[in-house]
Design a protein around this ligand. Structure first.
Ligand SMILES: [Zn+2]
Length: 130
């Protein structure tokens, strides 16, 4: 599942979606909040520009929304199985979303670029205009 060449390898190892060698985020740790969304300008191995077009990552908010809903549903299911009341479940979702927001922010951008860029085995940079 996390083998090189799969999207999940790129997403969970902070790697370039095309060559899967260069890093995507400047800082892997989602708890360093000041640098949470700083990405490299381009891949240091295959020269893929991570900002594919202006405002490219605005679309990542839809991915982030999906991750938030999935997290909320998971928390409600766990709270229900543990016998929490409705108001306690609501508080658990609220706290859970605050705790997981840095992780979801990081994941949403790299998931979003992986939706548009596919892995190319042994990528050779042949166009010199980039
Ligand atoms: Zn690359």
């Amino acid at each position: 599942m996390f083998k090189k060449g799969t999207k999940s390898y790129s997403i969970f190892n902070n790697k370039c979606p095309r060559c899967q060698n260069g890093d995507f985020y400047l800082d892997k740790n989602p708890l360093h909040l000041k640098k949470i969304l700083d990405i490299h300008e381009k891949c240091n191995t295959c020269d893929l520009h991570y900002m594919i077009e202006p405002s490219f990552y605005h679309g990542a908010m839809y991915v982030s929304y999906g991750l938030s809903v999935a997290t909320s549903i998971a928390i409600v299911i766990i709270a229900t199985l543990l016998g929490f009341s409705l108001i306690t479940s609501f508080i658990a979702v609220f706290v859970g979303l605050i705790v997981f927001t840095p992780f979801m922010l990081k994941l949403s951008r790299i998931i979003y670029i992986n939706m548009f860029v596919s892995y190319v085995k042994d990528f050779k940079n042949e166009d010199s205009d980039s």
